[in-house]
Design a protein around this ligand. Structure first.
Ligand SMILES: Nc1ncnc2c1ncn2[C@@H]1O[C@H](COP(=O)(O)OP(=O)(O)OP(=O)(O)O)[C@@H](O)[C@H]1O
Length: 640
């Protein structure tokens, strides 16, 4: 349990640390909001194993009309799959999949989703914070990247201090967020930090998706009490919530009950029980109204379902008339464009991301040592193996250098990117920074590794194995290894972004990658490969790496004849024996092709990331729903 009495104190009577005078009370009117997605027809009967179900439209939200008032805390309740998250995302403008129709107005002005996104804060259910950053650093990140550029640094720092005070995070201000393996702040502090990261811009509207999930009841209560306090300062706060306790339920000003994408009730919390009792659902005395709703009205096992009748009943109720009136005559206060969150400029984004990645890399000392250690260990080992091996038999070491530099870089980057991918998707989606600044900062932070590590590794094995002792040959060999490492870096990002998880990437990548090793020229002589497979060699960076390293070392060397060390033959003969002269490419042509490969792979990696950020918003709702179902099945089986 993460209960720390010093930090989890209920926040009942409190003053506010944040200057709330600039909050413009914002009424949100949602009119005829409909949301649908195209899905494969679940009722389709396959006529053959290859037939695919046709796409059909699935309506998730059906003509929703609701009004969220400033200074009020609204809870969206509903069974799993009712459309709570979809409604929140659709209003907040964080959906990118499917078809959304209807209007969303703030103080009577029509706002497109992205504008409301800028005007409001959004706290996601799964809080993705950087584990190596402290609470203060996380808030500073939000202030740096999301407050307008002209606001002075001192003012941004003041806002960070205010937010820490407001959320009572002072005792944890300099504690790292932590992760599964490193103990950091408590669950309640994490949630408050996520809220704080949104509060930095002092938004008039705050959306939260299940802010109490995973918290014990007391911590959950203190989080909702914080929301209540924040709404009392004039903010419009809307949160989805899953089965709140009766203490938490009492904190809400308004409740919106959803079922099958329609509104069953939207009005004051105090009217919920009388309203449903009027429609035949009597809440027993001393029962938690939320539990009562889930066990009776929202119980999916009820046959016939009361939902259609209750949807119609709500539309005929005086509460709905109030909503309809507000929709017809929305409040007129305008929206101040000044309060819109602004993304910092490219330079600020880049330098911040660079510093963060740099700090992250240097704080993660284990990873740093592991990366350097594996390079030194492998190259000393291979250097010892080739210490006394003469002539062209050292070709195996060149093969090793080309493949190992690519593979180690690719796997390291894949492992690191797998950890930060979800954070990247979330931060990018929340408008902290753009893809160009992220991509460039990633390259800039990784570049020293991809230069220094191959340099160290190649230097060790090159001199131990006794390759040509001229500056030129040594430098060309190092440059080839750096290019191979950069290819691996780009492939790591590319595979990390196109495959949904590191497990899937690791299952598929060897299948694609291993056959390409056959085209290097060492394992199979190039001239013996059948013509219909021969073209594949052009796709193998290892071919260019190995061929270039081989030519660099052997083409100008006189090699000893096996069995007669006093006799020699020109190294070009060895090049021809391996079939490496077949394409007529010099070591410099190979070098240029390999460098072009790096650029092309970096371009593909960028496109992979672009595809990821476009796809992530739409996928989020589905993933959450699937996760919830798994959790429910697990909870059900553990109860049983
Ligand atoms: N992009 C999508 N494609 C297909 N179905 C979707 C998509 N987004 C949502 N859905 C479906 O729409 C329904 C409503 O989903 P939503 O996540 O809004 O429900 P919810 O009330 O928040 O549920 P939970 O409490 O389980 O998170 C679910 O059946 C979900 O599977």
């Amino acid at each position: 349990m993460d209960l720390d009495p010093s930090t989890e104190v209920p926040l009942t009577t409190r003053t506010t640390a944040i200057d709330t005078s600039s909050i413009l009370p914002s009424q949100i009117v949602v009119r005829d909001l409909t949301y649908s997605v195209d899905v494969r027809d679940p009722g389709f009967r396959k006529s053959s194993p290859l037939s695919r179900p046709p796409l059909v439209e699935k309506t998730i939200l059906k003509q929703i009309n609701v009004v969220f008032q400033p200074g009020r805390l609204t809870a969206i309740l509903g069974a799993s799959g009712a459309g709570k998250t979809s409604l929140l995302y659709a209003i907040a403008g964080t959906l990118s999949h499917g078809h959304v129709s209807g209007n969303i107005m703030v103080n009577g002005e029509d706002v497109a989703g992205p504008d409301l996104k800028k005007l409001s804060g959004f706290v996601f259910q799964d809080d993705l914070l950087f584990p190596t950053m402290t609470v203060r650093e996380s808030l500073t990140q939000s202030a740096t990247l999301r407050l307008p550029e002209p606001i002075p640094r001192a003012e941004k720092d003041r806002r960070v201090d205010e937010t820490i005070k407001e959320l009572r995070l002072d005792p944890a201000a300099d504690t790292v967020v932590g992760s599964h393996s490193v103990k950091g702040i408590s669950g309640g502090e994490r949630k408050r930090l996520c809220i704080g990261m949104e509060l930095i811009t002092n938004p008039a509207v705050l959306f939260l998706d299940e802010p109490t999930s995973g918290l014990d009841s007391f911590t959950a209560f203190s989080v909702v009490e914080l929301l209540k306090h924040l709404s009392s300062t004039g903010r419009t706060i809307v949160t989805t919530i899953h089965q709140p306790s009766s203490e938490i339920f009492q904190l809400f000003d308004d409740v919106l009950v959803l079922a099958q994408g329609s509104v069953l009730y939207h009005g004051p919390m105090s009217h919920v029980v009388p309203y449903f009792s009027k429609h035949g659902f009597e809440c027993p005395q001393y029962s938690n109204p939320a539990d009562f709703l889930f066990m009776s009205v929202l119980n999916p096992k009820l046959d016939p379902s009361p939902v259609p009748g209750l949807v119609a009943a709500f539309k005929a109720d005086s509460l709905y008339e109030e909503v309809a009136r507000a929709i017809d005559k929305p409040a007129r206060g305008g929206i101040s464009k000044d309060v819109l969150k602004q993304q910092a400029g490219f330079g600020t984004q880049f330098s911040f991301l660079y510093m963060r990645a740099f700090r992250n890399a240097t704080r993660n000392k284990l990873m740093l040592r592991a990366r350097a250690g594996q390079v030194i260990f492998l190259n000393v080992l291979i250097g010892l193996i080739y210490l006394n091996i003469p002539g062209r038999d050292r070709a195996g070491l060149l093969f090793f250098l080309s493949v190992a530099n690519l593979l180690t870089a690719m796997l390291n980057v894949l492992a690191i990117f797998a950890l930060e991918r979800t954070v990247f998707e979330r931060e990018h989606g929340a408008g902290y920074y753009g893809l160009p600044s992220y991509f460039l900062s990633k390259i800039s932070v990784e570049l020293p590794y991809q230069i220094i590590l191959p340099f160290i590794g190649t230097t060790i094995s090159y001199w131990m194995a006794g390759f040509q002792r001229t500056g030129e040959h040594y430098i060309v060999a190092v440059l080839y290894c750096i290019l191979m490492s950069l290819c691996g870096f780009a492939l790591g990002i590319l595979f990390g972004s196109i495959f949904p998880s590191i497990e899937i990437a690791l299952a598929i990548v060897p299948m694609v990658f291993m056959p390409l090793l056959l085209f290097t020229g060492l394992l199979v002589n190039n001239s013996t490969i059948p013509p219909y497979l021969d073209w594949l060699k052009w796709l193998a960076p290892t071919k260019y790496g190995f061929e270039g390293l081989f030519q660099n070392e052997f083409s100008t060397l006189l090699l000893p004849v096996v069995g007669d060390p006093s006799a020699t033959y020109p190294g070009n003969v060895a090049v021809a024996q391996f079939g490496l002269d077949r394409d007529g490419l010099s070591r410099w042509s190979l070098f240029v092709i390999l460098a072009s490969f790096v650029v092309a792979l970096l371009g593909l990696a960028y496109l992979g990331l672009l595809r990821l950020v476009v796809a992530s918003d739409g996928a989020r709702a589905q993933v959450r729903s699937a996760t919830r179902k798994v959790e429910e099945v697990e909870a059900g089986s553990s109860k049983a």
